[in-house]
Design a binder for this molecule. Structure first.
Ligand SMILES: *Cc1c(COP(=O)(O)O)cnc(C)c1O
Length: 399
């Protein structure tokens, strides 16, 4: 395979990839030239326990010998047990499984629409979401995503969505009116460039939702599953949402999404009101169980905090050293970002040349999303490669 074949047979919805990846282990990847890379993308916050963790691989292999797929017309014990484990992490409520982040948010949007038919909400139908957020690529999730760069070419989208700026509670207060059924928000914006919803903003938003009888729905697709040093990022603020969307890290690389609905509202879904062929298959659930096992057994939520502190401190040091290029460090746990004053693609390119993979985000941002079990040596090496890339960028452009 070469890049010509990639172009010839794949629809060009991604820019031509720089690497062909063959194999992964822990925080490392190898390309088709057997060149080794440190993976600080984790497949965009997906492989939170690293690539091919032995426990995860074993669980998947064993499950593949038992049963891989079974319709949701039948009860799937792995799925029931997974729901039980997730409910014990999130709070009293119930789960519905699907296959991706967009689909999980799609589920929340359908939840809000269904709820609007109940006497509690009497036909309210507006959903309020944050500017600069990202909720996925399906038409529903896209309707909740304000940024023109994602929406362009796909309008008209769904009716009934409005947007307000993150962390500006007064703006949300003005927009949240008697027609608003729900609020949908990421606790930390990922694609938007690692912007945290502040704790007091989330608390204020919860209060507004209660006062104005609207549902509070949180998108934890990127920030969830231990990434920020809590099981879910919103948990630090102490709020109690009505619904939560999960995906990315949940299966450790095997596709699975899910949404949680608080106990009070689980009756909104009735037999026939939603469904999925693949969602919550025995194999997907086995993968998610393995992820939760490893997070528990290896203390990876605490590790995300500790390693996040090490990496964050190192990145802050770089901000001190390169004030002309760097703006600052943002994020929590191992969901961190280095904000540049200009387009980061050249810096990201030279980091890649020197064996470190990172991912860009909106607003000239480089995201650092290593696996939660990344070791200190890998962090030191990543910081050194980042520093070298900044030195060569500086030499080239600033002197
Ligand atoms: C990635 C992402 C999605 C979409 O997930 P897909 O699995 O790509 O559909 C939704 N919300 C957030 C916050 C994300 O980061």
């Amino acid at each position: 395979m070469d890049s010509t074949d990639h172009k010839k047979f794949l629809i060009g919805n991604y820019a031509s990839p720089a690497l062909e990846i063959i194999r992964g282990e822990g925080a490392r990847l190898w390309d088709s030239q057997e060149k080794e890379f440190l993976d600080f993308t984790s497949g965009i916050a997906v492989t939170n326990i690293g690539h091919c963790h032995p426990h995860w691989t074993e669980k998947i292999s064993k499950q593949a010998e038992m049963i891989v797929h079974c319709s949701n017309l039948f009860s799937i014990p792995e799925q029931v047990r997974l729901a039980q484990r997730l409910v014990s992490e999130i709070g009293a409520g119930k789960m519905l499984f699907c296959n991706s982040g967009a689909e999980a948010n799609e589920g929340l949007i359908k939840f809000a629409r269904l709820a609007s038919e109940t006497p509690d909400f009497q036909g309210k139908n507006k959903i309020l979401a944050a500017e600069n957020a990202f909720h996925g690529r399906t038409m529903g999730a896209l309707s909740a995503t304000a940024s023109p760069k994602y929406r362009k070419g796909f309008e008209p989208l769904l009716d009934g969505f409005e947007f307000a700026p993150l962390n500006d509670l007064e703006a949300w207060d003005r927009k949240l009116d008697d027609q608003t059924i729900a609020v949908l928000i990421e606790s930390i914006q990922g694609e938007g460039g690692i912007h945290e919803a502040k704790d007091d903003f989330l608390q204020g938003l919860e209060k507004l939702c209660r006062e104005k009888n609207a549902l509070l729905m949180i998108d934890e697709v990127q920030s969830g599953i231990g990434r920020t040093g809590d099981f879910l990022a919103f948990q630090q603020s102490g709020i109690s949402p009505d619904a939560v969307a999960l995906a990315k890290g949940l299966g450790g690389g095997f596709p699975i999404g899910a949404f949680w609905i608080s106990e009070q509202w689980t009756g909104v879904f009735k037999p026939g009101s939603h469904g999925t062929t693949f969602g919550g298959s025995p194999l997907a659930c086995a993968a998610a169980h393995a992820v939760l096992d490893v997070i528990e057994n290896e203390g990876l939520i605490a590790a995300a905090r500790e390693k996040g502190h090490v990496l964050g401190t190192g990145l802050s040091r770089l901000v001190q050293s390169f004030p002309e290029i760097l703006e600052g460090v943002r994020g929590r746990g191992l969901m961190l970002a280095l904000a540049l004053k200009e387009d980061p693609s050249e810096v990201i390119g030279s980091m890649r040349e020197n064996g470190l993979l990172v991912v860009a985000a909106a607003g000239n941002v480089i995201r650092f999303l290593p696996p939660l079990n990344v070791d200190d040596d890998a962090i030191e090496k990543a910081l050194k490669i980042t520093e070298d890339a900044l030195v060569s960028f500086q030499t080239k452009h600033k002197e």
